[in-house]
Design a protein around this ligand. Structure first.
Ligand code: HEC
Length: 100
């Protein structure tokens, strides 16, 4: 897990200004898997079929959606992923993550 975060941090720092909004906009009706591949995979790898090991209080579609909308210290925000596409993406992330 530590290793993953180091890799993430390095990847994020390599792209200057990463915590700014990313204006990626999914096609209408794009699946969660497609959106993940297009917008998230560059920083979040899928290892052993799992994306995250989520703490229980972060393991809800609502928490994932909030993270995508607001971003983080390093993670960009994605204000243009919304509605059905945001729901589908959040569901996909939950279904493919492990809950600690
Ligand atoms: C530029 C690299 C980058 C991209 C692109 C990115 N993330 Fe992140 N993400 C991070 C980093 C770094 C963290 C942890 C630190 C932070 O929040 O800034 C993180 C944290 C998260 C977390 C919290 C994980 C936990 O353990 O609680 C979720 C959920 C998440 N990202 C989902 C996504 C989704 C979904 C996408 C695609 C829409 C995405 N991220 C795109 C870099 C990225």
């Amino acid at each position: 897990m530590k290793k993953t975060y180091l890799a993430l941090t390095v990847a994020a720092l390599a792209m200057a200004g990463c915590s700014k909004p990313n204006n990626y906009t999914p096609a209408a009706g794009a699946s969660g898997a497609d959106i993940f591949k297009a917008a998230c995979l560059e920083c979040h790898k899928i290892e052993n079929g799992k994306i995250f090991e989520l703490a229980a209080d972060n393991a809800s579609a609502a928490a994932i959606a909030k993270k995508v909308t607001e971003g983080g210290k390093i993670m960009s925000s994605f204000p243009n992923i919304k509605g059905e596409e945001l729901k589908g993406l959040s569901q996909y992330v939950i279904e493919n993550s492990k809950v600690k």
